[in-house]
Design a protein around this ligand. Structure first.
Ligand code: SF4
Length: 348
């Protein structure tokens, strides 16, 4: 007889590791699903195979990675349950992921879903009434097993059908992690990730930038932004120039390289060659300006910021030749560095 299968929503955190292993320990074949978007886990897309083998080796869990960026950006436009403290739509996020995972059940021949949610662990998304809303709105009520708090909840199909033994599930609640840590140790897992963190939508500074886009208070708006815009928003020094140009400067070589990767047609790139300094991108310059003066003033400001943040000489910002490349042209001119007081209000 073939084994019962389940799909686990896998964040990579301690709770999802424990929940997955608790069900695996009952002989169920579990496929963990790691969803990624520009807001969480996106780096995994650089090497999904490496991530898969790391998770298998560290936690004994089979994981598949899915990029849900495009749909996730749409969902963020109007989450019906609103936002948490920052721009984190946790309830809708979970509903969205469960709906998505539910559509995969047939493909994997799986009978139920697992999450690592723990009753009362988080103020917004893990209260009992919210957990009920999540399963109701994702239409997963009977399908969704939360092994870590299952004994505090009504039995689901997995228990009623005898696919798992309810007695071997758990009754965790509240914020503490000690029971999860002890449980992980019982599976021989001692090297697990630190709590929380990882979601940019719950970051006080970065989420504010994202919120500006969704409030249509920025150069890119929710109608015309793309995944690369969001990724660009999360790195480097960010400025909104006086004529509405969006400028991003790399703070180190790695960020400079990343900016080059994120460059798109219509962007203007600025950089300095004579000494170490930032690469800068003036995003969507080709479509942003309706007159050459405004464009010229923003370019001048951008070049002044490039020399301001280039390596100092004798401890002071110094002028230098800035190379400016847009789709059609290439120029090089000398620019003095901007004084700090000049651009303080441009920082975003
Ligand atoms: S913290 Fe981020 S990833 Fe986690 S539920 Fe909230 S929005 Fe989703």
């Amino acid at each position: 007889m073939s084994r019962v299968r389940a799909i686990s929503l896998f964040s990579g955190g301690l709770d999802s590791i424990c929940a997955t292993r608790v069900v695996m320990a009952q002989g169920v074949e579990v496929l963990a699903i790691k969803f990624v978007s520009p807001f969480f886990g996106y780096d995994i897309l650089r090497d999904p195979d490496g991530y898969r083998s790391k998770i298998k080796q560290k936690y004994g869990i089979e994981v598949s990675v899915y990029d849900i960026s495009e749909e996730y950006l749409q969902m963020l436009r109007s989450p019906s349950h609103g936002f948490g403290k920052y721009f984190n739509p946790c309830v809708d996020c979970k509903i969205f992921m469960l709906e998505r995972a539910k559509t995969m059940l047939d493909e994997f021949g799986a009978s139920f879903l697992i999450t690592g949610e723990v009753l009362g662990q988080r103020p917004m998304s893990q209260r009992r009434d919210t957990l009920n809303v999540i399963e109701r709105d994702s239409a997963t009520r009977s399908l969704l097993l939360r092994p870590l708090s299952a004994k505090l909840m009504n039995p689901t199909e997995a228990e009623l059908n005898g696919w798992v033994d309810r007695e071997k599930l758990l009754d965790f609640s509240g914020r503490g992690r000690s029971r999860q840590i002890a449980l992980a140790k019982s599976f021989g897992i001692t090297d697990f990730p630190a709590p929380a963190g990882g979601c940019i939508l719950a970051d006080p500074i970065l989420s504010t930038r994202i919120a500006r886009v969704y409030n249509n208070d920025f150069v890119v708006t929710q109608q015309n932004m793309n995944v690369a815009d969001i990724l660009l928003m999360l790195i480097g020094r960010q400025f909104l120039l006086p004529n509405r140009g969006w400028l991003v400067l790399g703070r180190e070589e790695k960020e400079n390289d990343r900016l080059e990767e994120l460059q798109e047609p219509g962007d203007i790139k600025l950089f300095i060659e004579e000494r170490p300094g930032p690469v800068a991108l003036l995003r969507r310059a080709a479509e942003l300006y309706d007159n050459a003066d405004a464009r010229g003033r923003d370019l001048e400001a951008a070049a002044g910021l490039v020399t301001r943040y280039a390596k100092k000489k004798d401890g002071r910002p110094t002028g230098g030749n800035v190379i400016i490349i847009d789709d059609a042209a290439h120029s090089e001119s000398f620019y003095e560095p901007l004084m700090d007081g000049t651009f303080r209000d441009w920082i975003i």
